[in-house]
Unconditional design. Structure first.
Length: 465
């Protein structure tokens, strides 16, 4: 028998978009039901994305540090050669995920959000049936927030299964592959490829574009390319992957030559696509924008009181974008006057070294003579040298308007620069001018001093260069 349920707000998907929307709805006193059919609260990001990948990247970094010490060391520290039991590493990572799953569950409970585990299928814009272990529940809502997220793109000639894996399987391997081929040189492939190289795998990357991380400008990606070269990662740029069989991946090189690459595992990371199929979206009457659900600056779809947040709504497909949208939608439903109109959504690649990009980059301002661009290298920052982060070609770059000095974009490449990303975004969001950063006393010794110095440099008076 189907149970019937009525609620003010129904959220589909408990990823960073959906669960944050749920908590905020609860805080605002809205009767809210959150439905998720995935593996755990927190969606892709918490279970098979941001958090597990950063945990594995962290473990790989530790392993590499010990391996370096075993190889002679550079700091007067030596050690015996490290060994890794990847099963234990994965168990440690799973423990973090479980802890955070429980944390999200507790926060939703505190906010009095009712969580239903099961897959939702929409009959019309405001009604869905959820298949749960205890039977079907038909839910009708005044407001629906769609937060169904995204899934990895599969190549038809290289379907997932066996030794052809997506990032999800890569984060739960029981041993480090001897030979790993990564198809797709975007941020997910590179983050994982670099981590497995640090853990001792022989890694090759096959990328169709002429360089890795093609969405970032070349100056930002050069230090990462250098790291790959120095660590023996084989790069096949301008190349196309073909089929896989008997431990060999066929590729066609830039020159059109066929080549076979040995591989124990082939990790396919050629992108993610919005999850729009298989849950009745077609019955809801919402307009699409290409493959994504179309929304306006309030995250409203074309159907009244149906809202959409997160990866489902388009680029950038980043966790923090979805949560920010989720908060906005909850507040709008509660009657607040809000729009989702960020000045910048910073993006980070947790590669080696790391990359941050916020606001306009050099490609966005190419050909404009009304902007100033200044770069300050980490090689001239004491803190960077003291933590071995000054010698990989890293820098902070500031782009500002020539006339009023308003900061338009900030980028950085270097170790640990992910931690600077919020300071970049804050300055952009607050409409800061170069003088605001230049006039802020930056703590010494920190990596953030490079942002200060890059701003001073734009004003013509950097101190340490
Ligand atoms: C390996 C990897 C690393 C990443 N690293 C980062 C990073 O460092 N930083 C960053 O910002 N982003 C990162 N991302 C991207 C990030 O994970 C996504 O942007 C984010 O998870 C999107 O959140 P979302 O709420 O839109 O959807 P999702 O997190 O995808 O959640 C959607 C949820 O909806 C559920 N669902 C879907 N349809 C239904 C239905 N019909 N019924 C019930 N439940 C349903 C799914 O099971 C899922 O739990 C990474 C992604 C991957 C794969």
């Amino acid at each position: 028998m189907t149970q019937n349920l009525k609620t003010k707000v129904l959220i589909i998907g408990a990823g960073t978009g959906g669960y944050v929307a749920g908590i905020r709805c609860g805080q605002l006193g809205l009767d809210t039901v959150l439905v998720d059919g995935g593996d755990g609260l927190g969606g892709t990001c918490l279970n098979v994305g941001c958090i597990p990948s950063k945990a594995i990247i962290h473990a790989a970094g530790k392993f590499e540090t010990v391996a370096k010490a075993a190889g002679g060391g550079t700091l007067g520290i030596t050690a015996a050669a490290p060994a890794i039991d990847l099963k234990q590493t994965v168990e440690w990572k799973d423990g973090i995920v479980r802890k955070l799953n429980a944390g999200v569950a507790a926060l939703l409970k505190k906010a009095k959000v009712r969580v239903i585990k099961g897959w939702a299928n929409f009959e019309d814009a405001k009604t869905c049936v959820v298949k749960t272990e205890d039977g079907d529940i038909r839910i009708t809502a005044e407001h629906v927030i769609l937060a169904t997220g995204s899934e990895p793109v599969e190549l038809p000639f290289l379907p997932f299964g066996g030794d052809v894996i997506s990032s999800t399987e890569a984060l739960s391997l029981s041993e480090v592959p001897k030979k790993l081929v990564v198809v797709g040189g975007g941020y997910i492939g590179l983050e994982l490829g670099i981590a497995f190289r640090k853990l001792g795998a022989e890694v090759a990357i096959v990328e169709m574009a002429e360089r890795i991380l093609p969405l970032y400008d070349k100056a930002l990606t050069d230090p990462v390319a250098k790291w790959l070269e120095n660590h023996g990662v084989e790069l096949h740029l301008g190349a196309r992957a073909g089929g896989f069989g008997e431990g060999k991946l066929s590729i066609t090189t830039r020159d059109g030559e066929p080549l076979q690459l040995d591989a124990d595992k082939v990790l396919v990371t050629v992108g993610r696509r919005p999850r729009t199929q298989g849950w009745g979206l077609e019955n809801m009457g919402v307009a699409m924008a290409g493959p994504f659900v179309k929304i306006d600056n309030r995250c409203a779809t074309s159907m009244k009181n149906v809202w959409a947040v997160g990866d489902l709504t388009g680029e950038p497909m980043l966790a923090h974008k979805g949560s920010a949208q989720g908060e906005v939608v909850a507040e709008i439903i509660a009657g607040h006057d809000r729009v989702f109109d960020p000045v910048a959504i910073a993006a980070v690649c947790f590669t080696e070294p790391e990359i941050v990009s916020a606001g306009l980059g050099p490609n966005d301002v190419a050909g404009r003579d009304d902007v100033i661009q200044s770069v300050f290298p980490f090689a001239a920052i004491g803190r960077a040298l003291a933590i071995e982060a000054g010698e990989d070609g890293g820098f902070v770059r500031v782009i500002a308007s020539k006339s009023d000095h308003r900061i338009l974009g900030v980028q950085a490449v270097g170790q640990h620069v992910s931690e600077l990303s919020n300071s970049f975004a804050q300055m952009l969001e607050m409409g800061a001018v170069l003088e605001d950063v230049a006039g802020t006393i930056h703590v010494h010794p920190t990596l953030g001093e490079a942002f200060h110095e890059a701003s001073l440099r734009s004003l013509g008076h950097a101190i340490h260069i």
